[in-house]
Write a protein that binds this ligand. Structure first.
Ligand code: HEC
Length: 170
């Protein structure tokens, strides 16, 4: 949303502004009802992960997280559902975010840390990254959808979301 606002020039002059503002707002609403079409276009055919992360929209990611929310919470202390709680998951070792949760051997044996890159692989096809995982979610084919969700998870990862979770600097 912020992204849209910073890119939409609303006329300053009063008379003209008064006439154009409603139109501008209508356009803004359409642009921001967003599906990410403009961002997709600006990224081109096969964008690099860092480039996609650079334009990621955490607010849209929060909305997209709706499809994860049946199985996952993202608030501190909210606990596990079918899947482990995801508050502060970025930057944590894989299969460790919830102490009480019974992770599969498939996920535990994966090792490593949830960097944004790793999360991107996981969300594109969980069963491909960790064959035998109990996360019965087919994956998100769209890189921008994944980036937006990762940006959202970063806002929910105040500790791990620091240096470890940041994409490499431009
Ligand atoms: C149908 C339920 C379900 C849905 C939907 C689902 N997950 Fe999961 N998720 C799980 C389960 C179950 C696990 C534990 C997997 C294992 O132990 O193999 C898991 C594990 C994870 C982990 C690893 C956490 C850790 O501590 O290492 C992350 C990250 C994750 N899911 C993110 C997501 C995101 C983001 C979405 C939405 C795009 C999502 N999941 C959708 C059930 C689900």
């Amino acid at each position: 949303m912020l992204w849209c606002l910073t890119r939409t020039r609303i006329p300053r002059r009063r008379g003209l502004g008064a006439r154009i503002a409603p139109l501008a707002l209508a356009l803004l609403a359409t642009a921001c009802s967003d599906d990410g079409r403009d961002r997709r276009r600006s990224l081109g055919e096969s964008p690099k992960f860092d480039d996609v992360m650079r334009v990621a929209d955490a607010a849209r990611g929060g909305r997209l997280f709706g499809q994860c929310a049946a199985c996952h919470t993202t608030s501190m202390g909210a606990g596990d559902r079918n899947g482990p709680g995801l508050y502060d998951v970025l930057g944590k070792p894989v299969a460790s975010n919830s102490r009480r949760y019974g992770y599969t051997g498939a996920l535990r044996s994966l090792g490593g840390v949830w960097t944004p890159e790793r999360m991107d692989l996981w969300l594109s096809a969980p069963a491909k990254l960790a064959p035998g995982t109990s996360m019965s979610f087919p994956g998100l084919p769209d890189p921008l959808d994944r980036a937006d969700i990762i940006a959202y998870l970063r806002t929910r990862s105040p500790e791990g979301g620091g240096a470890a979770a940041r994409p490499s600097a431009p």
